[in-house]
Design a protein around this ligand. Structure first.
Ligand SMILES: Nc1ncnc2c1ncn2[C@@H]1O[C@H](COP(=O)(O)OP(=O)(O)OP(=O)(O)O)[C@@H](O)[C@H]1O
Ligand SMILES: O=P(O)(O)OC[C@H]1O[C@H](OP(=O)(O)OP(=O)(O)O)[C@H](O)[C@@H]1O
Ligand SMILES: [Mg+2]
Length: 283
């Protein structure tokens, strides 16, 4: 049985659980239960603080984990990463009070900086020849300048509203992060095989999320133009309609291109365009 450690409660929890469920893996969950077994896949789920997950996977207490790259690199185990999962995207940034002068990283020479990421920040500053005084605190980092603890901070930024709400301005991006799947480096062949099955499912789910199934009707005269817009996985499926001179076309489009392509399809004569979500997509 594989042991997967995920965050008990926080920014990663919901997306981690959704991904496992969309992989077709069922399990009971109750907030007070810190360990649960899947009913239809040899998987045990451990609910932990995210900071503890890299160490447990490094030691083999858990076989797999889902954590932010920021926590993984800070823990000093970047080699455990197996693949990016595309959620909890954020950046680790340096910020200073809105009114403070700032031209370049040189301005941080000798400055007190509060952070929960002394390793990542220390490496970033060392590479740029900057010596600052790092104060490690475990949370509410954005408060530090206003209480006189530090002149600058380095913390997670997503929308930027926490910085804004605390009178701070982002001046440097130190690290970009997303949630990643991590694995112990010496899994048994049986566990390695299960990991590959799980990755296969995760990739099918993630590919499906990025794409939509599209069906439309078009006059035969517009078919070449429609086919050029909808290359599909291999090529689009084209079937005749009962009405002479018309075809139905089915294909797959990337979510990012979707609105742009549907506009062009209408312009070349497509009608009755239907768009459906895809549950799993296996190449
Ligand atoms: N605002 C955000 N937007 C997107 N992702 C974020 C954001 N804040 C944090 N993350 C990502 O989610 C991870 C977990 O964040 P969270 O704030 O839940 O951690 P935590 O408070 O340390 O949780 P824990 O109680 O498990 O230690 C972070 O390490 C980061 O990778
Ligand atoms: O740029 P924003 O969208 O405002 O997000 C950034 C904030 O989100 C995270 O904290 P979170 O809200 O998860 O609280 P925490 O301090 O309990 O981890 C992070 O530590 C920042 O404070
Ligand atoms: Mg944490």
């Amino acid at each position: 049985m594989l042991r997967l450690a995920i965050q008990k409660s926080g920014r990663l929890s919901e997306d981690s659980l959704n991904l496992i469920r969309e992989c077709g893996i069922s399990f009971l969950s109750a907030s007070y239960k810190l360990k649960t077994e899947a009913t239809n896949f040899p998987l045990e789920i451990l609910y932990l603080r995210d900071d503890d997950i890299p160490g447990y996977v490094q030691d083999g207490v858990a076989d797999l984990g889902i954590v932010g790259q920021n926590v993984l690199v800070e823990a000093g185990f970047p080699g455990l990463e197996v693949e990016g999962l595309g959620f909890s995207k954020c950046r680790l940034s340096l910020a200073v009070p809105r009114a403070a002068a700032y031209d370049s990283i040189e301005n941080l020479q000798g400055v007190n900086i509060a952070t929960s990421y002394p390793r990542i920040l220390g490496d970033y500053l060392a590479e740029r020849g900057v010596k600052a005084n790092l104060h490690t605190i475990s949370g509410s980092v954005e408060i530090a300048p206003s209480i006189g603890l530090a002149e600058a901070i380095c913390d997670i930024v997503s929308s930027g509203s926490t910085l804004l709400g605390n009178g701070l301005r982002e001046v440097e991006t130190v690290f970009r992060s997303e949630a990643v799947l991590i694995a112990h480096q010496n899994l048994s062949p049986e566990k390695q095989e299960l990991l590959e099955q799980l990755q296969f499912r995760m990739q099918a789910v993630r590919r499906a999320r990025r794409n939509k199934y599209i069906l439309l009707n078009a006059p035969v005269s517009a078919l070449d133009a429609v086919k050029a817009l909808l290359p599909g996985i291999k090529s689009p499926t084209v079937t005749p309609l009962a009405e002479e001179g018309w075809v139905s076309v089915q294909s797959v489009v990337n979510e990012d291109d979707f609105w742009h392509i549907t506009g062009q399809l209408k312009a070349v004569g497509a009608e009755g365009i239907l768009v459906l979500p895809i549950e799993k997509m296996i190449s």
